[in-house]
Design a protein around this ligand. Structure first.
Ligand code: NAP
Length: 260
């Protein structure tokens, strides 16, 4: 496929693996241009070359650590460039912490909060300026079903993304900017290995495929939905969390990989 005349420009954070890489692939498949953000410049460049070759789109690479003021400022600058407007922002970069709150260092907790909450807020704020001026734009904040659960500071951070997106979609939808919190359940990516978690501890029915998660998120955002929960099984899980006491919504137990 070659780039289309009405091609959009989509900026995706955490585009070097997992859901972010799949967002990039699906946007490229539709003929849209990309700006890929993550820390690993080598992986981003390899992904960019493959996407340009396979789909004939242009791909910019913007290596940045989104827990760092300088890294966030570089992405804000790109989002604020009126000569090269960004039509779609996907706030997807994320990490999990293996240990319970009190066992993590406060530095680890601060970086985790920064990446999921403060960076998401800063990039949304920057993107909205031009999107509102132009009367159109799309933002997808990758939250989690954990936003509806009681699963430590990860749930707390993802709840912020959920609540913010729900409100922002109501506030800015009428001005042409659609904002969605995408809330996947357990999805096959690098997330759990990076955390040092043993994936076999979670039952097989709980696992989703990244292609399906991204497809549902994009479709729900296009429809103007403030919240997207891929799959019937996780819609049922989220409904159940509304009725269950908080002590029952912590999810399956965690089993660290050997050596962690
Ligand atoms: P993944 O495969 O580990 O990808 C995470 C991405 O985030 C990578 O591209 C990583 O790239 C980037 N990243 C991490 N720290 C960063 C930093 N400081 N600055 C810039 N980029 C950073 O995991 P994933 O599952 O696709 O995760 C994507 C999102 O989905 C996360 O927000 C996660 O919370 C959410 N989510 C995942 C699941 C799941 O089961 N997988 C379920 C619900 C929600 P670099 O290492 O190159 O920086």
């Amino acid at each position: 496929m070659t780039a289309r005349a009405d091609a959009l420009a989509a900026l995706i954070t955490g585009a070097s693996s997992g859901l972010g890489a799949e967002f990039a692939r699906q946007f490229a498949e539709q003929g849209h241009h990309l700006i890929l953000v993550a820390r690993d410049a080598g992986r981003l460049s390899a992904a960019a070359s493959a996407l340009e070759r396979d789909y004939g789109v242009t791909v910019e690479v913007l290596p940045a650590d989104l827990t760092d003021d300088g890294g966030v400022a570089a992405v804000v600058e790109r989002l604020s460039d009126a000569s090269r407007p960004v039509d779609v922002l996907v706030n997807n970069a994320g990490i999990g912490l293996l240990h319970p709150f009190e066992k993590n260092s406060i530095e680890e907790e601060k970086l985790h909060l920064r990446l999921h909450v403060q960076t998401t807020m800063e990039l949304c704020h920057a993107a909205l300026q031009l999107m509102l001026e132009r009367g159109s734009g799309r933002i997808i904040n990758v939250a989690s079903v954990a936003a509806f659960a009681t699963r430590g500071t990860y749930s707390a951070a993802k709840s912020w993304e959920l609540s913010f997106s729900r409100w922002a979609n109501l506030a800015y939808g009428p001005s042409g900017v659609k904002i969605t919190a995408l809330c996947p359940g357990f999805t096959h990516t690098e997330f759990h290995e990076r955390m040092g978690l043993d994936k076999t501890a979670m039952p097989r029915w709980m696992w989703l495929d990244a292609r399906r998660v991204v497809r549902d998120g994009l479709a729900d955002n296009e429809r103007g939905k403030g919240v997207s929960i891929p799959s019937l099984r996780y819609k049922a899980v989220v409904t159940a969390t509304r009725f269950l006491p908080a002590r029952f919504t912590g999810g399956p137990p965690r089993r660290p990989l050997a050596g962690n």
